[in-house]
Design a protein around this ligand. Structure first.
Ligand SMILES: Nc1nc2c(c(=O)[nH]1)N=C([C@H](O)[C@@H](O)CO)CN2
Length: 119
């Protein structure tokens, strides 16, 4: 399976379990990898034969601006659902990183995989 990857996508969203986190959006970093359904674009050189990564980023950012979660786990699941259900990716891996959350810890985050990734 061919894989598109997006590294350190910055997105602003209200996220967190504590009251102070729910008063304003914070920036999270997203790493998103998704399988594309076929190798056709490698031969056709046609954007219509793949999943447009710019459209994925735009959709995810818009969704996170409007929809708020308590846990990074739930946020990651939401992104995975968008990529699979709306864009038709057979497999997706999503990592969500929060910045400056714990003292003496550079980043905290979660990584999830959904769907099937054939070898
Ligand atoms: N497994 C998780 N643990 C914690 C989360 C989370 O989303 N998943 N969130 C928090 C707080 O929001 C934290 O980021 C702010 O102090 C704590 N633990």
């Amino acid at each position: 399976m061919d894989i598109i990857f997006l590294r350190e996508v910055r997105a602003d969203t209200v996220i967190g379990v504590y009251d102070w986190e729910r008063t304003a959006p914070q920036t999270v970093l997203l790493d998103i990898e998704y399988g594309i359904p076929s190798e056709v674009a490698c031969h056709s050189d046609d954007i219509g034969d793949t999943i447009h990564y710019g459209e994925v980023v735009e959709r995810v950012r818009a969704s996170l601006a409007a929809q708020h979660f308590l846990l990074i786990e739930a946020l990651a699941e939401h992104i995975a659902s968008i990529v699979r259900d709306e864009f038709g990716a057979p497999w997706v891996r999503v990592a969500v990183t929060k910045l400056n959350i714990l003292p003496d810890v550079k980043h905290v985050g979660v990584m999830i995989e959904r769907g099937h990734r054939p070898h």
